[in-house]
Design a protein around this ligand. Sequence first.
Ligand SMILES: [Zn+2]
Length: 206
Amino acid sequence: MSHARLLWFLVSLPLMAAAAAPPLTVVLDLRGARYEDRSIREMEAEAQRILSQAGLRLDWIRKEDVPQFAQFDSLVLFRFTGNCVIEPNPMMFDERGPLAFTSSSDETVLPFGEVRCDRLRVSLQRELKSADYERGDILMGRALGRVMAHEVYHMVTRDPGHTESGVAMRSLSASELVRGDLSLDREAIKRIQASFNRHELAASGR
Ligand SMILES: [Zn+2]
C-alpha cells in the first residue's frame, strides 16, 4: 500500500465509523432521585462499553442542561426515581415490578424510559456481600448502566422483543447486573445495526 493510500485509509476510517453510527443523545432526568455522582459516571461508562459493541456512541446530557430549542439527531430520555444509593442494613421494600421500563404505544417503543432505583437497589442488596458495600456506588452504577443498555436496545430497535442471551435478555438477575461481564449478543448487535441502516435510508430519503 502506498503512503498516500495508507494515509487516505487512516484518515477515512474514523469518518466512515462516524457515518455508520450517529451519536445517540441520552438525556438524564435525575432530579427526582437520590444518587452518587460516582454511580452516574460508572453507569455512563458501562452503558457505553456495552453499546459500543454495536457501534453506538452515546452523548450524555442532564435534562436541566439541554439548551432551549436544541436539536439532536436522535435522542432518548430517562427519568430516575427513588433512592439509587446502596446502603448497609436496607429497609425492605415491595420490590414487585420492573427495574426500568420503556414507554410504548401499540407495540411501538417510544424513546422515554423510567429507571426505578428503589426496586433496583432492593434487588441488588440481596445479591451483595458485606465486602461489596465498600464499592456499592460502583456496583450500583454498573447495574444502572446495564439496565440502561437494555432499555436503549429497545428504544433504538423500536422492538419490545428480547434476545436469548446477553444484555437484551427478557430478565436480568441481580447477579447478572453486577458480576462478570455482560454484553450484547450477536443477535442484539445485528438488530441494532439494522436499525441504523433503516435510519440512514430514511434520512437520505431513499
Ligand atoms: Zn426488555
